[in-house]
Ligand binder design. Structure first.
Ligand code: PEP
Ligand code: MG
Length: 580
């Protein structure tokens, strides 16, 4: 039995067999295709060959620059494999004869050759097997990415073990297939972790060595609440976790009884408690967990895992459905926040050195008004269906905000001309997630109706700590005095200008920080649906005056750790059942 310690990403305990996501053979999907899909498969194959060629040439160039020409020439053999016409023909014939997807056919063909080469007497051919296998892997990787279908096609439910998982891969998971997942890399507020929470799949990330220490089919326990993974547990340990699992289920059941009660403190101070969603399918969970609306609708997931862009109509239908289902409660649609760790499938974007500080969010939307306008039209058209609001991600200064509002007004004019109705008074807000926005919130306040603080990003920018990097996760401190001062400034600045101020970063869903935020006067808390009941319980267990006193004292403490311990001690007293 071994125990690994990582970063808790999504709460809950799961026990199951390990399924290794990175194992080559598992990644090769095998599905039947129809005759009219053959040309698409051929095209995919041709594209993968071209992509592979570019990659090999790039490796060669780098080697020639860094080492010498001789090393670079080793890769000529790889290029020859790519140009092999007979291999190509075999694949094309196989496609027609067997009607299977091209990765399966290609893999079978190359494996056959590899076996034959391994048996041959010819030394030259035997030596080529490694080159061929290398090219095989490259082509397969280019063909499949790592085919996310795999995650929905496990033969029995298991615990997925991967070096890394992208948010879009995570979005493909279903609870009935994936009991939990663990990864070597990643951070607590990366979108992979956030997505796991949305799907209520327990997860531990940033384990560093998970893929090295866990073998296929090993029994593992994932404790997503505490960030622990036990491999090959002994019977006592397993029993202990099973008891814990039942205890948590029972706690959740009790907390759900608060569903229809208001989020108000013992002395009657009312706050708004809403939920964040990533996928339209989560709306029933928002309602079931007793949230009063959607405080953050992350719309990026419409754009991921697909070959085209979502149409205006598709988005309109989704936003309208959300507005209708939550009416009269608000639904805050965030305009698309692509980039960072969420990459756009239809656009072949260049990779960036610092994607979180790069071409993302509102920067992307302002650079691609064609895409932005379609989304704005969809949101506006859906607005009469309920209480829709709109907010822009990652505003860093007033110019961006003004430009976004200008485009919004142009789109509104366009709809007026077309005679299409929309809610003229729809509130527009700005996310405050860049320190420059927090520091100039008095200026931004003149141009919007509300603020929503995005602490996932605000923390990473304020502390210069990449939110998805497990190596520096210990520095990612929501309770760092620098972060708390910024938050306080935004709440006070927003209030001074007559705005309400919410928070949709993960911090709003964590009891210790929620207590602090309540005391600082935050008006709206938006958390993952599964976290909503516990935050409601906390709010209902304390007097507002007491929370204010706690916040006052926290502001006098000097380090993130001290503040966290101080807040946790209070929470333990207020809601002991949740403090395990
Ligand atoms: C945030 O940054 O806090 C936020 C809510 O946005 P996202 O997590 O999608 O970047
Ligand atoms: Mg953000």
């Amino acid at each position: 039995m071994i125990t690994l310690k990582g970063i808790p990403a999504s709460p809950g305990v799961a026990i199951g067999k390990a399924v290794l996501f990175d194992s080559e053979d598992l990644l090769i999907p095998r599905r039947s295709i129809t005759e009219d899909q053959i040309p698409t498969e051929i095209l995919r194959f041709e594209e993968a060959l071209i992509q592979t060629r570019h990659q090999i040439l790039a490796v060669q160039r780098r080697l020639a620059e860094d080492l010498n020409q001789e090393h670079a020439e080793i890769f000529n053999a790889h290029l020859l494999v790519l140009e092999d016409q007979s291999l190509r023909e075999e694949v094309l014939n196989g496609l027609k004869a067997q009607r299977l997807n091209v990765e399966a056919i290609f893999n079978d063909v190359v494996r056959r050759h590899l076996k034959a080469f391994a048996r041959t007497e010819d030394e030259y051919l035997r030596d080529r097997t490694a080159d061929i296998d290398d090219v095989r892997k490259r082509i397969l990787r280019n063909l499949t990415g790592r085919h996310p279908d795999f995650l929905t096609q496990l033969s029995e439910p298991g615990v997925v073990v991967a070096h890394s998982l992208s948010p879009s891969e995570t979005a493909m998971m279903h609870k009935q297939h994936v009991l939990a997942f663990i990864t070597d890399i990643g951070g607590r507020t990366g979108h992979t972790a956030i997505m796991a929470k949305s799907l209520a799949i327990p997860a531990v990330v940033g384990l560093e060595v998970a893929t090295k220490r866990v073998r296929k089919d090993a029994l593992i326990i994932v404790d997503g609440t505490h960030g622990e993974v036990v491999v090959d547990p002994d019977p006592d340990t397993r029993h202990r976790y099973e008891v814990d699992q039942r205890r948590m289920q029972e706690l959740n059941r009790q907390l759900l009884q608060l569903k229809d009660l208001p989020s108000q403190t013992l002395d009657g101070h009312r706050v708004m408690l809403s939920a964040n969603i990533e996928l339209p399918e989560e709306i029933p969970s928002v309602i079931a967990h007793g949230a009063e609306g959607i405080g953050l609708y992350r719309t990026e997931f419409f754009y991921l895992n697909r070959a085209d862009f979502p149409s205006e109509e598709e988005q309109f239908q989704a936003y309208k459905a959300a507005a209708e289902q939550l009416k009269p409660h608000p639904v805050i649609i965030r305009t698309v926040d692509l980039g960072g760790d969420k990459f756009l499938s239809p656009l072949d974007l260049p990779s960036e050195m610092n994607p979180f500080m790069g071409w993302r969010a509102i920067r992307f939307s302002l650079a691609r008004p064609d895409i932005f306008r379609i989304q704005l039209r969809a949101i506006l058209r859906a607005s009469p269906a309920g209480n829709l609001k709109l907010m822009y991600p990652m505003i860093s200064g007033i110019e961006e905000l003004r430009r976004a509002n200008e485009i919004l007004r142009e789109v509104q004019d366009e709809l007026r001309r077309e005679g299409i109705p929309f809610a003229e008074a729809m509130d527009v807000g700005a996310m405050i997630e860049v320190p420059s926005a927090a520091l100039t919130c008095d200026l931004l306040a003149q141009e919007v109706k509300f603020f929503s603080i995005g602490t996932n990003d605000l923390i990473q920018y304020a502390l210069a700590v990449d939110r998805v990097n497990e190596q520096i996760a210990y520095l990612y401190e929501p309770t760092h005095p620098g972060v708390i001062r910024l938050i306080k400034q935004v709440i006070d600045g927003g209030h001074a200008a007559g705005l309400w101020v919410g928070m949709c970063g993960e911090m709003a869903g964590e009891p210790a920080s929620a207590l602090l935020l309540l005391g600082l006067g935050l008006d709206e808390f938006s958390a993952s649906p599964v976290q909503v009941p516990l935050i409601k319980k906390l709010i209902r267990s304390v007097e507002h005056r007491a929370a204010q006193a706690v916040a006052q004292e926290a502001l006098t403490l000097r380090s993130g750790k001290e503040i966290e311990e101080f807040l946790t001690a209070h929470v333990r007293r207020l809601v002991p059942e949740a403090a395990e």
